[in-house]
Write a protein that binds this ligand. Structure first.
Ligand code: 5GP
Length: 206
């Protein structure tokens, strides 16, 4: 039965494990696509253009802004990140569900454009655990660590804008939580309005 795709928006602080969890979810759930964002930041080791991001120059990004090619975009750490609009709209129209892994400001902007989008927040089980994970990352200076924590805390403060929370204490549990959310959302009655109408009309005719 044909239905429009569902737009899932996933955010969470750095250290929440979004990348690992979403990579697994995508491999285990049929009919799910990840949106690939454009960014002006440099690729990190192991990242591939067209897979992790569309890496582009600031001029190219600005041109895309001028051409209204983004669903939403933000500037962060002196770099730009944006969700290209056309591929997302095409996938949704074709009935494929789409995941945007974006930060919290972008998520709120998407909700304004797509009120029916489903917002999921991935988080460690406590502040202490988040701090522990961030402390473990890299051999940064105390200043850099403090900044990272500050940014993570500001992301955490947006949790009230989200429909669901997926706690990432155990990676497998978190993957299963997100899969359960996707399954439940796919089976909401209003997504089957034609079927519901057909079934209820027959009942009334009997
Ligand atoms: P990173 O540079 O670590 O890959 O990403 C930095 C932040 O930018 C992450 O929180 C990530 O979710 C967010 N991000 C990535 N792509 C987009 C996008 O297209 N739009 C918005 N609003 N945020 C994005």
């Amino acid at each position: 039965m044909k239905r429009l795709g569902i737009l899932f928006v996933v955010s969470g602080p750095s250290g929440a494990g979004k990348g690992t969890v979403l990579g697994k979810v995508r491999g285990e759930v049929e009919g799910l696509s990840m949106s690939i964002s454009a960014t002006t930041r440099e690729p990190r080791t192991g990242e591939t253009d067209g897979v992790d991001y569309w890496f582009c120059s600031k001029n190219q990004f600005q041109e895309m802004i001028n051409n209204k090619e983004f669903l939403e975009y933000i500037e962060k750490f002196d770099n730009f990140y944006g969700t290209p609009k056309a591929p997302v709209e095409k996938l949704l129209k074709e009935g494929s569900d789409v995941i945007l892994e974006i930060e919290t400001l972008g998520a709120v902007n998407v909700r304004t454009l797509f009120p029916e989008a489903v917002l999921i927040f991935i988080t460690p089980q406590s502040y202490d655990e988040l701090k522990r994970r961030l402390d473990k990352r890299g051999s940064e200076t105390d200043e850099a660590k403090a900044l990272r924590l500050k940014i993570a805390l500001s992301e955490l403060s947006s949790v009230g804008d989200y429909d669901y929370i997926a706690i990432n204490n155990d990676v497998r549990d978190c993957i299963n939580t997100i899969k359960a959310i996707i399954l439940a959302e796919r089976n909401k009655r209003y997504r089957y309005s034609n079927l519901v109408e057909e079934l209820t009309t027959r009942t009334n005719k009997k």
